[in-house]
Design a protein around this ligand. Structure first.
Ligand SMILES: NC(=O)c1ccc[n+]([C@@H]2O[C@H](COP(=O)([O-])OP(=O)(O)OC[C@H]3O[C@@H](n4cnc5c(N)ncnc54)[C@H](OP(=O)(O)O)[C@@H]3O)[C@@H](O)[C@H]2O)c1
Length: 246
């Protein structure tokens, strides 16, 4: 980020809850203005913005968009830049995540999983590149450590996250030398809300397989995002695994 008298601006997709909200809180705490993107979680997004604005006046705005709608995604990019007239960081965090057993994968699931996990990050990079370039900014794509070893019954999600990592490496070349592009691949941080219900026994088995023998926290991911923004100034095209050595 370049030095300037206005606050750096960060757009985080899917920032109303969970990992995205943790990133929003930490970057806000470090002095950034935050564009909180959401789709369905508008109440949570407004409540987070209210909390951040109470800490620092006019430091958080909410933008709603369905990332499966190309026009809405491009508009999101434009509106995020217009919010404070600059953009320093784009965090592509939003993600649909659910199983797609091989025997009944539908076109709708394919479109849905690729829209949030791969296509909208590309569209948003396109929509914000000029603004990010002016700030010598960066893009951070939130992937998943399972791209390395696969994840049973999740072929489409893993394909989409693998595409996101390929996009990360390619955009790092396309947007160099002005914009750094990196990815973070979280391991087990928070159990999914729905569609991936694990029994206690399965949760224990997953934790047993993690070298550090514990789940990570949303703050671990937020700290990695902050690192890539502030310290990782000689890093581009990399995927940082924050997964307890899974
Ligand atoms: N949780 C983990 O342990 C874990 C592990 C590995 C990787 N990750 C990755 O880390 C990131 C954050 O994880 P998380 O568990 O916090 O995510 P999450 O809660 O499952 O999803 C984050 C947000 O994505 C948004 N989203 C999904 N589809 C969308 C669409 N079509 N349009 C707009 N927004 C959409 C939703 O926004 P609304 O609620 O506003 O609709 C949702 O709140 C994700 O990229 C995930 O793949 C997480």
């Amino acid at each position: 980020m370049t030095e300037s008298d206005s606050q750096p601006v960060v757009l985080i997709t899917g920032a109303a809850v969970r990992l995205g909200a943790a990133c929003a809180r930490l970057l806000h705490d470090k002095g950034c203005n935050i564009v909180i993107h959401c789709n369905r979680s508008i109440t949570d997004a407004n409540s987070l913005a209210e909390t951040l604005n109470a800490q620092r006046n006019d430091s958080a705005r909410v933008l709603q968009a369905d990332l499966a709608d190309t026009q809405a995604v491009l508009q999101l990019g434009e509106d995020a830049i217009a919010a404070w007239g600059r953009l320093d960081v784009l965090v592509n965090n939003a993600s649909a995540f659910y199983p797609t057993p091989l025997e009944n994968i539908s076109d709708d699931q394919w479109d849905d999983l690729f829209a949030s996990n791969a296509k909208s990050p590309l569209l948003l990079a396109h929509a914000t590149a000029e603004a990010l370039k002016k700030q010598k900014g960066c893009i951070i794509n939130i992937s998943d450590t399972h791209t390395q070893q696969g994840l049973k019954n999740h072929a489409v999600y893993i394909m989409a996250k693998s595409a996101l990592e390929g996009l990360t490496r390619t955009l790092a070349r396309d947007l160099a030398p002005d914009i750094r592009v990196n990815a973070i691949a979280p391991g087990a941080i928070l159990w999914a809300d729905q569609g991936n219900d694990h029994s206690e026994a399965i949760k224990e088995k997953i934790i047993e397989e993690i070298s550090l023998k514990r789940m990570g926290t949303p703050e671990d991911i937020a700290q990695a995002v902050l690192f890539l923004v502030q310290q990782g100034t000689y890093m581009t095209g990399t995927v940082l695994h924050v997964d307890g050595g899974r």
